[in-house]
Design a binder for this molecule. Structure first.
Ligand SMILES: Nc1c(N[C@@H]2O[C@H](COP(=O)(O)O)[C@@H](O)[C@H]2O)[nH]c(=O)[nH]c1=O
Ligand SMILES: [Zn+2]
Length: 392
């Protein structure tokens, strides 16, 4: 494996996270080598993108005398944790090594035994942790257990990047709901389609590829009946190696086409959420095609997020039209906005916009986004931000 030169400490970084403070962090010296190893952990973790929920994405790297001797990542819930794979790959060379892990090693018996014990038994000398595990079953306990065993522990290396990769998991743990991401594509004059409803394509190919990657990272994609009727989308990640999210359609009436791309479940599963009293004949037709149908007494974005939480989901992508998007925002089902803006003008007083009526009457009531960033994707611009009061 690659030989990495040891580099002396060059930077100090201190976490803002109260959990990190609680976790008896006494010293935190990160250097370029530590950063490089942690970024490698994240690269490994991302190999399981979209497949680990309700568990986090975690990567681990074992380094002995500046040389990587073992790597691992958590492939899916129920399987061993990243540390276990990395220790196994390192074998006897784990003794006296430094292990880098993007998330604090666990200290509890869950579906698998505690990684803290596995690290102690393997004779590891030092553990470099990306972020404290917000899971109350761990929350600093893994770090404390390792320190009690005389192992040096450094916490918070590339912490922001570690948190970003697991923002869905963190949100799920803190709020008992999946992170809701509202993604839309609009023209520079704020339209998502022409007045006649034509929307293919607002954005360029690069932006569409970005959306496919985003789907691969999410557990579910939600649309309403209108989007099925108008766009007939297939909502997959368009990459046979990548994960496909569960495709969710919210439709009270089940006034949906008999033929739709989403009813073909050979590539990805589809879930139709409806209300008690909708057509049993249509429900049976969907079930025969392999589509799962669940009836709610009252079908709302909030109920849907509760249902998806109970299914173990961490991240849910809202790819719906403006009316459902406004409902989802109003009911707290959206925390993050991803707006692709194409530099073109379509006009039209009645051309649809990304978010319908929120009932706001004054500019002072506008929902301000926090932690806003933007980047160019092909010829479009992607603006991202979070609705207030989301910790992540
Ligand atoms: N290191 C690490 C995790 N660490 C912690 O363990 C919890 C899941 O435990 P279990 O039910 O035993 O799989 C998870 O919520 C997280 O808090 N989990 C993971 O799935 N993978 C890993 O690599
Ligand atoms: Zn573990």
């Amino acid at each position: 494996m690659d030989k990495h030169p040891e580099i002396s400490p060059t930077s100090l970084s201190f976490s803002q996270d109260p959990l990190v403070e609680q976790a008896v962090v006494t010293e935190k010296i990160a250097n370029d080598f530590d950063s490089a190893m942690m970024l490698r952990c994240l690269e490994l973790a991302a190999k399981a993108l979209g497949r680990t929920s309700p568990n986090p994405l975690v990567g681990a790297v074992v380094v002995q005398n500046g040389e990587v001797v073992g790597e691992g990542f958590h492939p899916r819930a129920g399987e061993p944790h990243a540390e276990v794979f990395a220790l196994k790959a390192a074998g006897e060379r784990a003794r006296g090594s430094t292990i880098y892990v993007s998330l604090e090693p666990c200290n509890h018996y869950g579906r698998t035994p505690p990684c803290s014990e596995a690290l102690i038994n393997a004779g590891v000398s030092k553990v470099v942790v990306g972020m404290v595990d917000p899971n109350p079953l761990v929350a600093g306990g893994g770090i404390a257990r390792l320190r009690a065993a005389g192992i040096e522990v450094v916490v918070g290396v590339e912490e922001a990047a570690c948190r970003r990769l697991n923002e869905g998991f963190i949100h799920r743990i803190l709020y008992q709901r999946p992170l809701g991401i509202l993604k839309y594509a609009m023209t520079l004059d704020g339209k998502i389609a022409t007045t006649s409803g034509h929307s293919a394509w607002v954005t360029n190919q690069d932006a569409r590829a970005e959306v496919h990657r985003l789907r691969a990272a999410c557990d579910a994609v939600i649309i309403g009946g209108n989007t099925v009727r108008q766009d007939n989308p297939d909502l997959t990640s368009h990459n046979c190696d990548a994960h496909n999210p569960l495709r969710v359609v919210m439709s009270r009436s089940l006034n949906l086409p008999e033929q739709a791309r989403l009813w073909n479940t050979s590539q990805a599963p589809t879930l139709v959420l409806t209300e008690v009293g909708s057509s049993q004949t249509f429900q049976n037709m969907l079930r025969e095609k392999g589509v799962e149908v669940v009836e709610f007494r009252s079908l709302t974005p909030e109920q849907v997020m509760t249902h998806l939480y109970e299914r173990g989901f961490c991240s849910v992508l809202w790819e719906c039209g403006g009316i459902l998007a406004a409902n989802a925002i109003a009911q707290g089902a959206v925390q993050k906005i991803m707006a692709f803006i194409a530099p073109k003008i379509i006009g039209g007083n009645h051309a649809p916009t990304p978010v319908g009526d929120l009932g706001l009457t004054s500019m002072t009531q506008a929902l301000p986004l926090e932690r806003v960033s933007w980047r160019i994707v092909g010829s479009d611009c992607l603006v991202e931000g979070y609705l207030p009061s989301v910790v992540n």
